[in-house]
Design a protein around this ligand. Structure first.
Ligand code: ATP
Ligand code: MG
Length: 283
């Protein structure tokens, strides 16, 4: 199945999240069922990242958004895991600092955009400025409602500069969120991740859904598409995200650079040098 087609929020479309089943797993019944493909994808991603890095002419920006406990961290571990840390970065956006708040909302975003050859993941992003900010009225409607247009312009500018943008909304159900919070509460190694706010924020679930739908409908474009990924099953989420990344990177048509030196000439030098080493070894 073409997951890009299946999960794309069509530009100018009208995505309704209650119409997307967060439990969807395509034709796979279990993680074991999908394991072979997952492993193949992991290897393929590493290969494509190597090509992107070697070519050094374009870059990839992955935007991850989700409700709390939606699986951003797990997705990053899976997607970045196989990649060479030399040319990939994650940037996590928390509450803005006073300095950041003294600037326009894209100031802190733009400075961490990828350079040629790099893969960058935004763990949360400029979209928080039309999500949490809108839900909690942190700025007036007049201000946040202009931001969709600014986001589209910003992303268009990045893509003009050869930044390929892919945006994922990891879609979990409200019940699944509660289960994941419970796990965090019960497991000593996860307790640091849970807070009172996580539970309190659940009362705004529908406001968040509305804000997510609006953001994706207004800002899914040909050059920076949004995908809604069914994410109740972590293994399927990883499979879908990796498949979409592979398809996207293959379309980037990256080419390994031609060597700038005369390989034949160097080969002759190598033979001579190896011969010398052999001879000196004999004495
Ligand atoms: P996890 O999902 O694993 O809990 P996290 O990304 O939620 O990790 P936290 O430190 O728990 O990390 O939360 C970061 C908080 O920062 C979120 O509540 C998010 O809404 C908030 N935040 C991010 N960007 C902005 C912004 N521009 N304005 C206001 N709040 C923001
Ligand atoms: Mg959190």
């Amino acid at each position: 199945m073409d997951y890009r087609k299946k999960f794309l929020v069509k530009p100018g479309g009208k995505v309704k999240l209650d119409k997307v089943d967060p439990d969807f797993t395509d034709c796979f019944e279990s993680k074991e069922d999908a394991l072979e493909l997952l492993e193949k994808n992991t290897a393929k991603l590493a290969e494509l990242q190597y090509k992107l890095y070697s070519e050094n002419k374009q870059s990839l920006l992955i935007v991850l958004q989700a409700m709390d406990a939606g699986g951003k961290d797990g997705t990053i571990k899976h997607v970045m895991g196989p990649m060479n840390p030399q040319s990939c970065r994650v940037h996590s956006y928390k509450q803005p600092s006073p300095e950041e708040l003294d600037h326009d909302f894209l100031w802190r975003i733009h400075r961490f955009a990828p350079r040629n050859g790099e893969v960058v993941i935004y763990n949360r992003s400029h979209y928080e400025d039309v999500l949490v900010v809108r839900v909690h009225n942190l700025v007036s409607r007049e201000i946040w409602s202009r931001r969709y247009e600014f986001i589209n312009d910003f992303e268009k500018m990045l893509s003009f500069h050869k930044v390929k943008i892919v945006k994922f909304f990891l879609h979990i159900s409200r019940d699944e969120q509660l289960k994941r919070f419970r796990k965090r509460l019960e497991r000593p190694d996860k307790q640091w991740k849970i807070s009172e706010c996580d539970y309190k924020e659940r009362q705004y679930w529908h406001d968040y859904i509305e804000a997510f739908e609006d953001a994706m409908n207004k800002c899914s474009t040909n050059h920076a598409p949004w995908y809604v990924i069914p994410a109740n099953h972590k293994w399927f989420r990883n499979l879908a995200v990796s498949q979409i990344l592979i398809d996207t990177m293959e379309d980037m048509n990256m080419k390994l650079p031609e060597p700038e030196v005369d390989i034949e000439h160097i080969r002759l030098l190598a033979i001579a040098e190896e011969e010398k080493a052999r001879n000196s070894g004999k004495h």
